[in-house]
Write a protein that binds this ligand. Structure first.
Ligand code: SF4
Length: 445
């Protein structure tokens, strides 16, 4: 069944807003004691009191139970706006609601749809972050997810004169993202390991560790040690998000996962200096070398490339896609895949801030790329759909600037942010993105 058929035949007959991720999937940030379903809805707090008696409260929060109720009735939880926006573009548009539900058996979907929304659910797929330790400070990230971003703010103060960033992503160190210091006991981490030991290692199909940079966190290595010492005790598939930066210990990783087959997810959306500009801390050559080392190992099931589509990556994106095709041809379609995730926040870094002329140029480049690759056997269906969805998104007719009055603010922030980013990070916007330079210089602040 293809994605569109799955939507119409399996999901929609339950309800027009049903998404199994609300039941079976969670992202949990143990550093801040927060959770969400997939990574799109805003995070919300986990009740510490509930957790003391029931570690399953890490996932089964009051908020999620209310959202499940809405979905059973066909109402749309507000936090899932990412999917509603895509579906509202076109009745047949395939949103993440489909991808995030399709991975579970139909019986599990039926069970979720019929169950009492008050009941706790056993997770099937989990993404977990132990803390925000990270050696990168990417432009679209912020101190809530990166200790290097925290240091930027602590050393240089808040980013100034940003008017569209109501959430203040770049103005403070986000201390609530890391409630417990290094060496202190974190009750959320404790609850996770308790849940893991008693239940999770038996029921969880996939565990994905994220960060920060998880391979910089001691808790990740503790969990990997558990797998090493308890060989065969759990069938949970392990996946690790890693920026594959130059100081990531790939040798130690490969040694720790002896006997396992692990999926690696790595973020990338451009190439060379442009990629290094966006993902501050990246060494593109070292990243490629790490990718190859992983693909050469039989302990790595696949490397998945996650592109966060922002205003700066579009010039380099087709070249990155060409590189991924080379990898697919060398290592096989099943061992190399990519997703294109359209950035929403910070909104001043969205591709929608680009002038229409540039957006149209990039749209055409991507449409040309897709026309040349869509029929090739190395492409996955979801990759073609993600490409088409991005091409539609960049179409100035299909996705106009809905809040045109906001645009001067977004342009102001784009220029304000990157001029400060340049000074703090010793970078040079106009030299790195010559095709954007004229427009960038013309922005009045
Ligand atoms: S944002 Fe979409 S994929 Fe995520 S939980 Fe909501 S409906 Fe499901």
């Amino acid at each position: 069944m293809n994605d569109s058929e799955f939507k119409h035949k399996v999901l929609d007959p339950k309800s027009a807003s049903f998404c199994a991720a609300k039941w079976y999937n969670a992202t949990i940030w143990l550093g801040s004691g927060q959770t969400t379903s997939c990574h799109h809805p805003p995070a919300h707090a986990i009740d510490l009191e509930a957790l003391r008696v029931n570690p399953r409260a890490l996932h089964n929060t009051v908020q999620k139970k209310q959202d499940r109720r809405l979905m059973q009735r066909g109402d749309r939880p507000r936090g899932c706006e990412y999917c509603w926006k895509i579906e509202d573009m076109d009745r047949d548009a395939v949103s993440d609601r489909v991808y995030k539900s399709k991975i579970y058996p139909i019986e599990a979907l039926n069970e979720a749809y019929q169950m009492d929304y008050h009941d706790d659910v056993n997770l099937r797929t989990l993404e977990i972050a132990f803390d925000r330790t990270c050696q990168f400070a990417c432009s679209y990230c912020n101190p809530a997810f990166s200790s290097t971003w925290v240091r930027d703010i602590q050393r240089n103060g808040p980013y100034e004169s940003l008017v569209s960033d109501g959430r203040g992503h770049f103005t403070h160190a986000h201390d609530t993202a890391q409630l417990y210091r290094f060496g202190e006991t974190n009750p959320y981490v404790e609850a996770f390991f308790k849940w893991w030991e008693t239940d999770l290692h038996k029921t969880l199909q996939e565990l994905r560790i994220t960060g920060g940079e998880p391979l910089m966190s001691g808790e990740t290595w503790k969990l990997l040690d558990w797998f090493k010492q308890n060989k065969g005790k759990s069938t949970t598939r392990l996946a690790i998000n890693s920026n594959l930066g130059p100081d990531v210990d790939v040798d130690r990783l490969l040694d720790s996962i002896d006997g396992l087959e692990v999926d690696i997810y790595t973020s990338m959306e451009s190439v060379d200096q442009q990629a290094e500009y966006i993902r501050d801390g990246l060494d593109y050559t070292a990243w490629k070398a790490n990718v190859i080392r992983l693909l050469e190992s039989d302990r790595i099931r696949a490397v998945h490339f996650m592109a966060t589509i922002n205003a700066l990556c579009l010039p380099g994106l087709p070249r990155l896609l060409d590189y991924l095709v080379e990898l697919k041809q060398q290592y096989g379609r099943e061992r190399v895949s990519f997703t294109l995730n359209i950035l929403r926040f910070p909104s001043f870094q969205s591709p929608l801030v680009l002038p229409e002329r540039l957006r149209e140029d990039y749209r055409q480049d991507l449409a040309f790329w897709l026309a040349g690759n869509a029929d090739q056997p190395y492409m996955h269906e979801h990759e073609i759909n993600h490409m088409q969805r991005l091409i539609d998104y960049l179409d100035v007719v299909k996705t106009p600037h809905s809040d045109a009055f906001e645009m001067p603010k977004l342009h102001n922030d784009f220029r304000q942010f990157f001029s400060q980013y340049d000074r703090r990070r010793d970078k040079n916007f106009t030299a790195t993105f010559p095709l954007l330079a004229e427009w960038y210089d013309s922005i009045q602040v």
